[in-house]
Design a protein around this ligand. Structure first.
Ligand SMILES: NC(=O)c1ccc[n+]([C@@H]2O[C@H](COP(=O)([O-])OP(=O)(O)OC[C@H]3O[C@@H](n4cnc5c(N)ncnc54)[C@H](OP(=O)(O)O)[C@@H]3O)[C@@H](O)[C@H]2O)c1
Length: 251
């Protein structure tokens, strides 16, 4: 059965992307740390979800799990590198080095490790699609984005370089870069402070996880000779950086 790997499948974009592919009949390998959240997916789609409750920073765990996939899940045709996070919101001087390292290890190093692992099997089949979730933060700086924006700039640039290296193959590489979206992202960024997280979305228009799931599925579902290189997706009412316009009905 054709299988899609989705990292960060326990909430936000990753959960919605998993559900979008499951609704189309694909099997999904769902990766994240929170096992209970992943279980909800397999309850809704019995037999169609292989849950891997692992920390993607743990290279040995990732290697072990991806090298020993059950037969029903070993025909992987796409890897959606979605797991990621932003920690802290202040200017660079106020940020913690540990938070910076966690972002680099999750958004860059773990993504590279999983990609490298899957590339060899895609190369063998001469088929596969790597879809990386970037961010508009890669292109438009705002105060507090610093290392987060830089990790997403890496994701953008790595995707384009990967595509170059894949010249002559049938393997696709795409970077989808969303703008402001309502998920658990802000709650993680503000370390569980719900008021701060909610205030980020006050009087703003934002994307939903389902909007991005649809964009990812569309990118994947195009004919195999079509490669979306980079796609920026913003809510209609968002300006660049953190400049937002109020909702139309509140003007
Ligand atoms: N929301 C936005 O405004 C926005 C905009 C642009 C780009 N993005 C990007 O979109 C992606 C998804 O974010 P989201 O908005 O959907 O946020 P989210 O709801 O917080 O989801 C993040 C996902 O990543 C997983 N994750 C984080 N660290 C992990 C680790 N070490 N190991 C395994 N899984 C890990 C989380 O699962 P566990 O906690 O269960 O491990 C969760 O499933 C991220 O790459 C983010 O940078 C978000």
């Amino acid at each position: 059965m054709e299988t899609i790997i989705v990292t960060g499948a326990s909430s936000g974009f990753g959960e919605a992307i998993s559900r979008r592919f499951l609704a189309e009949g694909y099997n999904v390998i769902a990766i994240a740390r929170r096992a209970d959240r992943l279980e909800n997916l397999s309850i809704d789609y019995p037999g169609k979800v292989h849950c891997l409750a692992i920390d993607i920073i743990d290279k040995c765990a990732v290697e072990e799990c991806l090298s020993n996939l059950p037969v029903a899940f070993n025909n992987v045709i796409a890897l959606i590198n979605n797991a990621g996070l932003s920690l802290g919101f202040g200017p660079a001087l106020d940020n913690s080095l540990t938070d910076w390292e966690t972002m680099i290890n999750t958004n860059i190093v773990a993504l590279l490790h999983i990609t490298k692992h899957m590339l060899s099997s895609f190369k063998e089949k001469n088929r596969g699609h790597i879809i990386n979730i970037g961010s508009v933060a890669a292109y438009y700086p705002y105060i507090g984005s610093n290392v987060y924006g830089a990790t997403k700039a890496f994701v953008h640039n790595f995707t384009l370089n990967l595509k170059t290296d894949l010249e002559g193959t049938k393997i696709r590489a795409s970077c989808i870069s969303p703008g402001l979206s309502k998920t658990e992202f802000a709650l993680v960024r503000f370390k569980g402070d719900l008021n701060k997280a909610d205030s980020l979305y006050e009087n703003k228009t934002y994307l939903t996880a389902e909007n991005i799931a649809e964009t990812v599925f569309w990118t994947f579902s195009l004919p195999e000779n079509v490669n979306i290189n980079v796609l920026e997706v913003m809510p209609t009412g968002q300006s660049f950086g953190l400049g937002f316009t109020k909702k139309q009905d509140e003007k």
